[in-house]
Design a protein around this ligand. Structure first.
Ligand code: SR1
Ligand code: MG
Length: 432
């Protein structure tokens, strides 16, 4: 135990990173050598935080510090640094259930809001790999396993309600990041605010979304579910930038948006980013002859992610002695009860799918007419071409929200990708 006065929070320089790690015996052991031999690289990539990779003669670590503002916006957009505490708590909470699917956390410092974790190598951010046309064939199954484990084991199916209440109570305090989601995901895309960044040729689409009361009613339904459904512990920001992968290994990172909410929120978010990768792909530089095959592979990823999630969630539920307070096994012990329980399970997963379809659509819209745009589209330099790619995704999203009955299963969504492609810049003429 260190006997010292807590150091006041400071935004770390490379030097601070080295000094901080030098005080941690476990990290010194991982890096090896002397402090002077450690090499620090600033590799910040996401919207919010500072991230460093530190290499020593023996090994490396990744250091993530919550900045007191939104990194990509600067100090004019302050943001609570306590988000790092929730990320550390989320990672600890899930660690026993998602071994090998998330980086190991070596240390958390609640004074500097710094997480020191396993350095993932040679992993890259999944989004970057998809843009580059690389294949990560195991990522859908791995992320599905992660989400299925988290969704079941933190739900009322698996834990006593007192345990669940502790998660609700803790993560309900992660207010600053939930505020970002409420504003940037559910609100801003449907009003005119300074933060929205709409590609000029998509102005008619943005106006159509703002004017569409039916669509906004559907969004309101899913927004209310985000705010009121305490189904399971969520990652809260599970997009392709929150996954690091190699062709064989996959890790989910960045759980700072954690909250207890509707399971379909994470599922739909991950699906949305594969869907957007599909629409963006033909417009990427260098994506020539292999486009069709690559898009087919992404379409397959979409289906495999959902189908694996569904299968694994049901398997875990059937195999485990589900001892949560949500569904007492004693009520379903006889043969009739067991059959009814299986029907109940199928309905439970079907409801997750319905939620996921809504969140898939909402996450797609926010990435195209909201603040936090994604590189999948931003790397398409020509605005007209970028807007063409985005219009297809918006048309699909609109249909998912307004005609969900047309999408009874994942195959229907995969089939619809091509149907909405080429929707065009006039939302009135686009397929509905
Ligand atoms: C202020 S930008 C916030 C966005 O970045 C994160 O990746 C989340 O998606 C969030 O909505
Ligand atoms: Mg993130």
């Amino acid at each position: 135990m260190l006997d010292r006065t807590p150091a006041p929070y400071r935004v770390f320089t490379d030097r601070d990173v080295v000094d901080h790690l030098g005080d941690l015996p476990r990290i010194r052991g991982i890096l090896g050598g002397a402090k002077g031999e450690w090499r620090v690289r600033d590799v910040a990539d996401g919207n919010l935080n500072a991230v460093f990779l530190v290499d020593g003669p023996q090994g490396g670590v990744c250091v993530k510090q919550a900045l007191p503002y939104v990194r990509v916006a600067g100090e004019s957009w302050p943001l609570d640094v306590n988000r790092a505490t929730y990320e550390a708590a989320y990672t600890r909470r899930l660690a026993p259930h998602v071994k090998g699917l998330a980086p190991e956390v070596h240390h958390y410092d609640p004074e500097q809001f710094v997480i020191v974790m396993e350095k993932l190598e040679p992993h890259i951010i999944l989004r970057r790999g998809l843009i580059a046309g690389e294949r990560f064939p195991k990522a859908p199954e791995h992320v599905a396993e992660y989400v299925a484990q988290a969704a079941f084991r933190t739900s009322d199916l698996a834990v006593p309600f007192e345990r669940k209440a502790a998660d609700v109570a803790l993560f309900a305090q992660n207010l600053a990041l939930q505020r970002i989601t409420v504003d940037l995901v559910f609100t801003d895309p449907y009003v005119e605010v300074w933060r929205n960044k709409v590609t000029a040729p998509l102005a008619a689409w943005a106006a159509a979304l703002r004017a569409d009361v039916g669509l906004k009613s559907a969004v309101a339904h899913f927004r209310l579910r985000y705010l009121t459904s305490a189904q399971s512990l969520l990652h809260g920001d599970l997009h392709s930038g929150s996954v690091m992968a190699t062709p064989d290994d996959t890790r989910v990172i960045d759980g700072e948006f954690a909250l207890v909410g509707p399971t379909g929120f994470d599922v739909g978010n991950f699906l949305a980013h594969y869907v957007m990768a599909w629409y963006a792909k033909p417009f990427h530089a260098g994506a020539h002859g292999a486009i069709t095959a690559y898009r087919d592979a992404i379409a397959d990823d979409i289906a495999r992610f959902w189908l694996t999630f569904r299968r694994r969630f049901l398997e875990i539920w059937r195999d485990e002695d589900a001892s949560g307070d949500g569904l007492p096994p004693s009520h379903f012990a006889d043969p009739a009860g067991r059959a009814r329980l299986e029907t109940f399970r199928q309905a439970y997963v079907e409801a997750i799918f319905r939620d996921a379809v809504g969140y898939l659509a909402i996450k797609t819209i926010r990435r195209i007419v909201g603040y936090a745009q994604i590189a999948d589209f931003l790397t398409i330099g020509d605005e007209e071409r970028r807007a063409e790619a985005q219009a297809g995704a918006l048309a699909l999203a609109r249909a998912l929200l307004k005609r969900p009955e047309n999408f009874p299963d994942i195959a229907a969504i995969v089939d619809a990708l091509a149907y909405f492609e080429g929707a065009g810049l006039d939302p009135k003429r686009a397929p509905a």
